[in-house]
Design a binder for this molecule. Structure first.
Ligand SMILES: *Cc1c(COP(=O)(O)O)cnc(C)c1O
Length: 398
């Protein structure tokens, strides 16, 4: 093979300077999703990305190890059929009601692509300063990606990547869900939106929403509603029944958080067959890696192990919430494996730095809606005891 680059015959037609013009303007303008850090600091108490502090079941580790052999050269099952069958049995539906994804993040991208028209399909548009397309005539609701803020910060990014129209709606100041009456009064909510994404229980607030209020919201929507239940195993209620009952409602779940499987990237979506099959049509042929399928199947074989973990995480969450309230923190009641807190004494960003100096990493956002808060993932009992000790020291020194 020749490795030496041959000098080109003449001047290149695309110069290094003009090459950026080959990138879509909307991509150049995009503010990409910012994942939480994954630093490699020894002894760090990592409470910033809502990973489960407990390892996967020993049976899962064993199943993955046993699958690592010469079969790695083969393609995996293209639609994760065995896993879909198991999930269907678990949820009391048909495999046709289930789609497995490369994490639930992939499912969120797929619903955007399957159900939302890019604005550019209707308008000759150039991006405006806000990054939204500049509009020249009324914009159809078919282009709208709607969500509450604050909620999962990936949603606006997915809308922007796809060229959809972002329609964020503020949650109430206590992070509860606005009622239908409030949404109507607010005038900006679109009941015809092509896609409405609801993080339930909510992130980053941790608040839970009742199935009754979610049902009411779903019934008022004319487009697709996806209930993103990434943290639902730590909650009192889940809304899966809505996806089995309504023709336009999907529920997304993930093995990442509750099932200690972030590394393997497996999520799934439950819903009416016509919507699920639309997503199947546009997914990559082998969207779920083989070891991920093995790990997820083994997970479903050992659910009691995980249920014990949920109980433990919930007990730790309640204990830490009570202790932090004693220290003067405002703690949003949580139905998840993290808590959103408004710390006393110093600004939240300063708490982030001071905790980090003591090898405790939590999450903070500059977004005005949550800038006064820290999000703290629930770690092991020991990790949380360490957090409480450091908090106490920081408060007594100031
Ligand atoms: C973590 C998270 C996801 C993504 O989970 P993956 O399955 O790991 O892609 C989706 N939605 C919310 C709200 C999350 O917090």
């Amino acid at each position: 093979m020749k490795t030496k680059q041959r000098a080109s015959a003449g001047p290149a037609r695309v110069s290094a300077r003009s090459v950026e013009s080959l990138v879509r303007p909307s991509v150049l303008q995009l503010h990409p999703y910012v994942p939480g850090e994954q630093p490699r600091i020894k002894g760090l108490v990592k409470l910033n990305t809502n990973e489960n502090p407990y390892p996967p079941s020993p049976r899962v580790l064993e199943a993955v190890r046993a699958a690592v052999d010469q079969r790695l050269r083969l393609y995996p099952n293209p639609a994760a059929d065995a896993l879909r069958e198991r999930l269907a049995a678990l949820h009391g539906c048909a495999p046709e009601n289930i789609l497995v994804g490369n994490g639930s993040d992939e499912l969120l991208a797929l619903v955007t692509r399957a159900f939302v028209e890019p604005v550019s399909a209707f308008f000759r548009s150039r991006p405006s300063r806000t990054g939204q397309p500049a509009l020249t005539r009324p914009r159809p609701a078919r282009t709208t990606v709607q969500y509450f803020s604050p909620s999962y910060s990936l949603y606006p990014v997915l809308a922007d990547i796809h060229g959809g129209w972002r329609n964020p709606a503020r949650l109430n100041p206590d992070f509860s869900l606005p009622s239908l009456k409030e949404l109507k009064l607010g005038k900006t909510w679109e009941f015809e939106a092509a896609l409405t994404l609801v993080t339930t229980p909510n992130a980053p607030s941790g608040r839970g929403y009742s199935t009754a209020e979610l049902d009411e919201l779903c019934q008022a929507q004319l487009g697709v509603v996806l209930l993103d239940e990434a943290y639902v195993d730590f909650a009192d209620e889940n809304a899966l029944s809505l996806a089995l009952r309504h023709p336009h409602v999907l529920v997304a779940r993930t093995f990442s958080k509750a099932y200690s499987l972030c590394f393997q990237r497996v999520g799934y979506c439950v819903g009416p067959e016509p919507l699920v099959s639309a997503m199947h049509r546009i997914r990559d042929s082998y969207n779920v890696n083989g070891l991920g399928q093995v790990a997820a199947l083994a997970t479903l074989d050992d659910l009691p192990y995980y249920r014990a973990n949920f109980k433990r995480v919930i007990a730790t969450r309640e204990h830490v919430s009570a202790e932090l309230r004693e220290f003067g923190f405002e703690v949003v009641p949580s139905q998840t494996n993290f808590i959103l807190v408004r710390p006393p004494r110093f600004p939240a960003q300063e708490w982030l730095e001071r905790l980090r100096a003591k090898a405790i990493l939590v999450r903070w956002w500059a977004d005005p809606l949550v800038r006064d808060f820290l999000r703290i993932s629930v770690g092991t009992e020991n990790e949380m005891a360490q957090l409480l000790r450091v908090v106490k020291t920081l408060l007594s020194k100031s």
